[in-house]
Ligand binder design. Structure first.
Ligand code: MG
Length: 161
């Protein structure tokens, strides 16, 4: 079995009045993230990690950010599509680990739902998916709560021909 690893990173700014979607979960908060799609920064980082591990480039190549087809797109739907692309390329996800960097809101109560949602969409057990949250210790733009960033790694196995 050949293993392949990918890394993903994304960052989005806060915007008043937008819903906050993280890991496919609606987090109750007065501000959401700005973006062409639903701006789910965590799913975007995970998709880039999956595409990276499969040697399939990045999210923007598959879902161009200015394409009207993806305006307000549900990132869970995009994750489903990425899972298909990865499988068509002959690879299977084995595990995903991710960290959300957010000064606010407190995310600990929402992490189990994110983990469950991501595992379900990828056809994985919950033990194969991990989601963590960190504050930014008040440092820089993230520390001032101007946006949220996410990091992810994905491990894939390549099916034998
Ligand atoms: Mg993004």
């Amino acid at each position: 079995m050949t293993l392949s690893i990918g890394i993903g990173y994304d960052i989005h700014r806060f915007q008043e009045g937008r819903p906050l979607k993280l890991g496919g979960v609606l987090v109750p908060w007065p501000r959401g993230l700005t973006g062409h799609s639903d701006a789910d920064v965590l799913l975007h980082a995970i998709m880039d990690a999956l595409l990276g591990a499969a040697g399939l480039g990045d999210l923007g190549q598959h879902f161009p950010p200015h394409d009207p087809a993806y305006a307000g797109a549900d990132s869970l739907g995009l994750l489903r599509r990425v899972r298909e692309l990865v499988r068509e390329a002959g690879l299977e996800p084995l595990s995903v680990d991710a960290t959300v960097i957010a000064q606010e809101p407190p995310l600990a109560p929402h992490l189990p739902a994110m983990r469950r949602t991501i595992a379900r969409e990828l056809g994985l057990e919950e033990t194969q998916v991990n989601v963590k949250a960190k504050s930014h210790e008040g440092l820089g733009a993230l520390g001032r709560g101007e946006g949220i960033a996410a990091l992810a790694v994905a491990l894939l196995s390549r099916r034998s021909p």
